[in-house]
Design a protein around this ligand. Sequence first.
Ligand SMILES: NC(=O)c1ccc[n+]([C@@H]2O[C@H](COP(=O)([O-])OP(=O)(O)OC[C@H]3O[C@@H](n4cnc5c(N)ncnc54)[C@H](O)[C@@H]3O)[C@@H](O)[C@H]2O)c1
Length: 255
Amino acid sequence: MSTGRLTNKVTIVTGAGTGFGAGIAAKFASEGARVLVWDIDSASASAVASSLPNALGLAFEGDVTKPADWSRALETCVQKWGSVDVLVNNAGIVYPAMSSLDVEEKVVDRLWDVNVKPLYHSAKVLVPYWKERGGGGIVVNISSISAPRPRPNLVWYAASKGAVTATTRGLAAEMAPFGIRYNCIQPVIAETNMLTVIQGGTDTPEGRAALSANIPAGRMARPADVANAACYLASEEASFLTGVCLDVDGGRSLA
Ligand SMILES: NC(=O)c1ccc[n+]([C@@H]2O[C@H](COP(=O)([O-])OP(=O)(O)OC[C@H]3O[C@@H](n4cnc5c(N)ncnc54)[C@H](O)[C@@H]3O)[C@@H](O)[C@H]2O)c1
């Protein structure tokens, strides 16, 4: 068995078929975690799970908006590995940047369903499980630097991430007496599929330049940047940290 910073920690990573989630799954497995690679797209979940070393990954096809899928994820982990120790709420969606008045109501509803409500669904399933087993449990939520620093044209997305950050801090305070830690990461724009969606479906040098302007470090985020931060927050090194919102933004929030 590998000896890493997350050895034997059974971890659920949502939206792990690509982007940040795939990076988090790879990093966690490299540190010895067992990873439920959850995605709504079963092919990408399977590809990521089978790429993890030492059979540490298990693909899971599910929809984070469905409460029954959260129960099934818990059961799957307990059956295969005997527990769930860590959850990374990473699955999320965005829309093409546009005037806030042009965004349809159904898009705003869907943002809330995918980006925010899974924090509720997961808490309803995992917190009672963790309390019953006598405490412990670690949650890392992937928010966005747009929560504290919203910009024009992605306002409803920023609003959903503001809710993720607020929920993280509220649940951190409420669950700390049970030894359950809630922290979140606030990344800046990154080179994932979302980059193309935000640009309206076409990834162009001009679009990238506009989106990465005002990042003092001079580049976008990468999945490894977020994965390294998530690993730290999930590890014993962060055992006294709860309610933290870690900016992984190359200094964007300072500019
Ligand atoms: N990429 C960025 O610029 C950026 C910046 C800040 C924060 N974030 C956040 O990071 C997280 C990951 O973003 P990404 O860029 O890797 O996105 P991505 O689009 O590359 O990947 C998201 C994954 O989530 C899955 N998914 C979507 N809806 C789902 C559902 N209902 N159930 C299960 N899986 C579902 C998708 O199939 C996909 O594999 C998101 O929460 C996003 O809001 C991204």
